[in-house]
Design a protein around this ligand. Sequence first.
Ligand SMILES: Cc1cc2nc3c(=O)[nH]c(=O)nc-3n(C[C@H](O)[C@H](O)[C@H](O)COP(=O)(O)O)c2cc1C
Length: 397
Amino acid sequence: MESLINKNILLGVTGGIAAYKSAEIVRGLKKAGSSVRVVMTQSAQEFITPLTLQALSGNPVSTDLLDAEAEAAMGHIELARWADAILIAPATANTIARLSSGRADDLLSSITLAFDGPIGLAPAMNQAMWKDERTQSNIKNLENKDFSLYGPGSGEQACGDIGLGRMLEPSEIVELFASLFKAGSLSNKSVLITAGPTQEPIDPVRYVTNRSSGKMGYALAEAAVEAGAQVTLVSGPVNIKPPASCNFISVETAQEMYDAVMHHVSGKDVYIGTAAVADYSPTKVEGSKIKKDGSNESLVLEMKENQDILKTVSDKEDRPYVVGFAAETEDLLKNARKKLEKKKLDLIIANDVSDKSIGFDSEENEVTLITNSEEVLLDRSSKKKIAKRIVEFISNN
Ligand SMILES: Cc1cc2nc3c(=O)[nH]c(=O)nc-3n(C[C@H](O)[C@H](O)[C@H](O)COP(=O)(O)O)c2cc1C
């Protein structure tokens, strides 16, 4: 549990029977070397007193949002800035619903909304409340927003029911929470990613391009940075901000992307080609705008095939682990497998772009990871979440 040493942990305690166990969680976090500040909801104070948690944490416990004195001492925004991570244990069905809908009408929900770091939740509730589809949909929503979930466990409950809903034991929660700070799965690895479309000029004002928002590539770059990798992102024109700590190279044409990749690929551990590179580009780029003056009813563009960046990378002698994408509209898995073999890839990620809800511009995706020996379906989820799972898969291979 070394990863918790010198960390500032904000523990949120909400109003469930398991709240008494939060005392043990405070002790566990402190023992692991963290500074702990506790925020309690109104209901939580019916189950355990702030005094107990104040004595154990060694810090004043915060309970009110609209308390001038508390706000002057350490207000909600300051608490959000102070914390390296937030752990909410126990997390009631009510708090889960409120976090899912982005409420900010008490201290804990306001801090959580203002906080820009990892948040862990240890749900605890009656088994019927947990099973209810509204709770399940709130949980799914929060998971998609990168909340980490610890439990719940199963067994006999305080109300006499048996089933899923028990809060995990404090020691288990602290151990799972500590893994948020473990060295990333790609630390000491270097990753080169291409993203977005390319634009092949016809004349100074027109170009041929492919559909691509760049969202998946940027999400992968972010996930790889978070996993500790040194990331180089070569991107065609898109409207997304690249992750702050990556080496960002902006290109326009397929040739520029090819040159940038060849320049940066040597010594890389992983290459991920998500860019929708134009297969062809006009043989001749007109120096001035082609006029529509009525003399030509049709316009014929002669195109030449562009170099295959993915294939060139995988043909290299000192090749990295090569990952490609297959955006297909039919025979998804068959076509993806063909591409895996033909381009000698280590991994291909197949997605069905005929389905608009997971296609080019959407926030979600559903993909199948295919290697020579396995096939793993990643269920529909946010592109961010899918990117994390892909990075996890790559780091295990
Ligand atoms: C005795 C008792 C035990 C409760 N235990 C739980 C529980 O374990 N989990 C839960 O989600 N709600 C539980 N509740 C309901 C919550 O206290 C209630 O939904 C409350 O509004 C939660 O507020 P909070 O999420 O702001 O803390 C319990 C209520 C009572 C009266």
